[in-house]
Design a protein. Sequence first.
Length: 172
Amino acid sequence: MREGLVMAAQAGDREAFRSLVEEEGPAALRLATAILHSVPDGEDAVQDAFLRAWLDLPDLRSVDRWPAWFRRLVVHAALDRARRPHRVREVALVEQDAPGADDSEARVADEDRVRRALVDLSAADRALLVLRFGEDLDVQGVADAMKIPIGTAKSRLHRVLARVGTALEAAS
């Protein structure tokens, strides 16, 4: 079904593109917000990505590449937004369910330590982690989404994970 929507949108069907926006929007917002740590900035990045997608959609060679292609647009829109000066930040690091009776103090403390470790990372480093662990992409998928060589993705992931590990150990 998605491929049909992409083909129709490529032909200029605004309703098909609107359906793609509705289908892809929530996941795109989660991705952008995780990279930017800000819901408003995430929303702006997603809007930028959808605008870029609408403009560049006729150039998409293969409709089955839509998910990876659009994910890459979202990541780059988020990274572009992160580079803009004078951003107002709203910290929304981890999407959480409403607190329940089974929440323990230890779990809350662990989540707080993770948030503190992530907040010091650059948007590009958070993007690596979000793509690898949040989006569950393999290293090749991360490299593709970031438009970097696989060796660079591996080394940057290793470096970022080491930094997060060190920060978590220091917070213990």
